[in-house]
Design a binder for this molecule. Structure first.
Ligand code: ZN
Length: 309
């Protein structure tokens, strides 16, 4: 499980940063990639990575501001030419369906795969997928409806206690696979062995919270509670709290405060204004670290692994 930042800038593209997009790579877990937001030229950013668009199976849109969605029609169309035949699901606020359908209709774009667009309920809710993965979402405070998403991996079965099995002189072989699945197995010597007795406790699945643009607000903390990773915007430096509030954005301090109060493991700051370069950028990260030490100000193409606990 990895976070791969494709665009980390605020509002408009700059030489240093493209507009918003973030890939949650679930290649080992599901052989899928989930995309969060798709600002203009996200497909160009993807060309600089090893990401294959056909692996993108879900796209979550936080809100409908242009710097978060103008890349969608292009990416959706190109995916057709890149061998993308598997169904693609898009989730987002009301209006996302019209935006996509109309863009594709008037540009006479035909997709080679089926596209399922789901408009989410304004007050928030929960998406539960067949494979046990869950995504909770809640509205934040951004002037227009802006969602935060909390992705929850299902708990993972505990590992097989091989050393214990050896103590009982249970021979290695295909039987280990059955025991690992928690099955009861009879050995050649007639003994019955219950796999359940040789499994370590379940390992908790990981939680990743990715927030759309927002002011400092309570729902951010609800979504981020004890997450392994929190992605939070930091459009303003700490001294600009008033301005952040007026423009429905957050400061470095506020993002860090959310991380601290929610007891997350790591904070990733994105949606960085092009005004901040060099020293000012370092300062922004420092401000966050003064409240929540494990804060990282991210750049385009940064990749972070999210380890299991
Ligand atoms: Zn916005």
């Amino acid at each position: 499980m990895k976070l791969h930042f494709l665009g980390t800038g605020a509002g408009i593209p700059s030489r240093q940063r493209n507009v918003s997009s973030l890939a949650l790579k679930l290649l080992d877990e599901l052989n899928e990639i989930w995309l969060f937001d798709c600002g203009e030229a996200t497909q160009h950013q993807i060309l600089e990575t090893t990401i294959r668009p056909r692996k993108i199976t879900k796209i979550f849109i936080t809100h409908l501001h242009g710097d978060h969605i103008f890349g969608l029609p292009g990416l959706l169309s190109s995916r057709s030419f890149q061998g993308g035949e598997d169904c693609l699901e898009v989730y987002g606020p009301k209006g996302i369906k019209d935006f996509i359908k109309i863009s594709l209709k008037y540009s006479k774009s035909k997709l080679a795969y089926s596209l399922k667009i789901t408009e989410l309920v304004d007050r928030g809710g929960e998406l539960i997928f067949d494979n046990g993965w869950k995504v909770n979402y809640l509205p934040l405070e951004h002037g227009i409806l802006s969602f935060g998403y909390r992705v929850e991996e299902p708990d993972l079965p505990g590992q097989l206690l091989v050393e214990e099995l050896k103590k009982f002189e249970i021979p290695n072989g295909p039987i280990y696979g059955q025991l690992k699945r928690g099955e009861r197995v009879q050995l050649e010597d007639g003994r019955w062995i219950d796999g359940q007795n040789f499994l370590a406790p379940d390992r908790p699945g990981r939680i990743v919270t990715i927030l759309g643009d927002t002011r400092y607000c309570q729902n951010s903390k609800v979504l981020a509670r004890k997450a392994n990773a929190l992605v939070h915007e930091a459009t303003h430096e700490a001294a600009e709290e008033k301005m952040a509030r007026a423009y429905y954005h957050s400061t470095s301090h506020q993002a860090a405060q959310v991380a601290k109060d929610s007891q997350v493991e790591a904070l990733y700051l994105n949606h960085i204004s092009a005004r901040y370069l060099g020293k000012a950028l370092k300062q922004l990260e420092k401000e966050a670290c003064s409240i929540f030490p494990n804060s990282h100000l991210v750049n385009d193409f940064d990749e972070y692994k999210i380890p299991l606990n």
